[in-house]
Design a protein around this ligand. Sequence first.
Ligand code: NAD
Length: 281
Amino acid sequence: MTTSPNLTFNDGNTIPQLGYGVWQVEDDVAEKVVGQAFEAGFRHIDTAKIYGNEAGVGRAIANSGLSPEELFITTKLWNADQGYESTLAAFEKSMELLGLETLDLYLIHWMQPKQDKYVDTWKALVELQKRGRVKSIGVSNFTVEGLQRIIEETGVTPAIHQIELHPYFSQSELRAFGASKGILTQAWSPLGQGGELLNDPVVSGIAAKHNATPAQVVIAWHLAIGNVVIPKSVTESRIRENFAALEVKLDDADVEAINGLDRTAAGSGRIGADPAVSDFA
Ligand code: NAD
């Protein structure tokens, strides 16, 4: 069976480069589709407290017959729980729902600059790692300045930064900064949430050339440029199709053509909120 390649974090642990995300998946559906993802070959699951499906993911893990060593599970600390003590408490609650003793990766979900609690929150993640409750720690939706600040104030560099990233919004600045600090980049909404991107003629042309689907070509592009990538689908055939993207090998010209789709300069690439200003409750 095909397996995802692993990438190595700056803390020495590894992460399967292709994972499966479960945003906007109801708890009972999560149990079913995570089980299907395991059957397709995925071993890396990306959830979050705010998704409300940690229990469903936990049931899928328990039913899978797979051992914790064979799996890589990520969850995220929600904004309302930021702060040192509240982070420690929220972590325990997530672990209870997931039914796990040790977590592979814990992320601060959003930087929340206005709230300005992310340094204390990061200190709590550092403590959880020291205690051995979580193997690796990282952040999501930060800016370069926010990353610099947590590194300077704690001396601990995140293992990974999970950000909105797809061919229309390729995040060259954050990717370059991450690379300079040994921080892996993880792409959320990697398929652009399945909209216009999957009908883009450049993507479709490359898909036809490789006898692949547009979604597979976009996933293969993420893999080729070194991103960790976590596409979501609740349709079993697409879950399998997305995992099979591991077999699609793009050439340099394909990667260059997809790089050319970036709309950042035009100001129209981003789908989600801007971490520099976002302030979710
Ligand atoms: P995505 O880019 O993975 O797109 C998912 C959608 O694309 C599906 O709902 C479906 O409509 C379509 N799709 C999937 N596979 C397809 C296929 N093979 N063919 C055709 N269409 C297909 O979007 P996403 O769910 O926003 O992002 C993926 C994951 O990233 C999430 O599930 C979550 O785990 C994570 N995420 C994290 C954050 C964050 O703030 N950290 C934000 C958003 C998403």
